[in-house]
Design a protein around this ligand. Sequence first.
Ligand code: GDP
Ligand code: MG
Length: 202
Amino acid sequence: MKNHPKYERTLVIIKPDGIQRSLIGEIFKRYEQIGLKLVGVKMMIPTAELIEQHYTLDPEWRVKTGLKTIKGYVDKGQTPPHTDPLKITGIILKNLVEYMTKGPVIAMVWQGAHAVEIVRKVTGGTEPLSSPVGTIRGDYVLDSYRMSDTDNRAVRNLVHASGSVKEAQDEIAHWFKKEEVFDYTVSAEQMLYDVNLDGILG
Ligand code: GDP
Ligand code: MG
C-alpha cells in the first residue's frame, strides 16, 4: 500500500532569512495545519558543497533554470545578462551558495497526500513579489528578481520546497539518512484518510 498518495514525502528547507525573520513557527504551522505530518527535521549550517550538490542533483537543472531565467527577462522586455543559459545559472548558483551558507537552516521532511504539490501550493512561486497572498512567500516577504538581480544576490524567498516527486526523493536522500526519517501515525490521519470514519462514535 506504500504507493497510496498519503505516503508521499517532500523536502522543505527554511532558509537563513526564514530563521532570521522569526518565521520558524509560522512556516511549520502552515504545513502542519493543512494536514501534513513532519517525519524528519534538523538544523544545520550547510557547507557550500552540500548546497551546490542540492541544486545540481538534477543534471538538467543548470540548463533548465538558465533557459527559464532567460525567458523571464525576454517576457518582461528586458535583455538577459548572458545568452548562454549555463553562464546565467553559474551566477545564480554562486549566489545561492552564498545565501544558503550564511547561517543555520532547518531541513524538514513532510509526509501526506500529494505532499509535493500541496507544499508548493502553500509555499507559493519562486519569486515572492508575484506569489499570491495566502502563500508563505506571498505573505511574509517582498523580494523580487528585479531587486535581487540589481544587488547581484539570490532572491530571498524564505523556504525551499521540492518541485516534483522525483526531485523530492533525491533531495530527501541528499539531506537525510534513512534513520533520520520516521514512520509513525498521528491521530488526525484517521480524519484525513480513513475511508469509513468508523472511529468517531466509538
Ligand atoms: P524553486 O524551486 O521555487 O526554489 O525555484 P527553482 O528550482 O526554479 O530555482 C531555484 C533557485 O534559483 C530559486 O530559489 C532562485 O533563487 C533561483 N532562480 C530561479 N529562477 C530564477 C530567475 O528567473 N531569476 C533569478 N534571479 N533567480 C532564479
Ligand atoms: Mg526547485
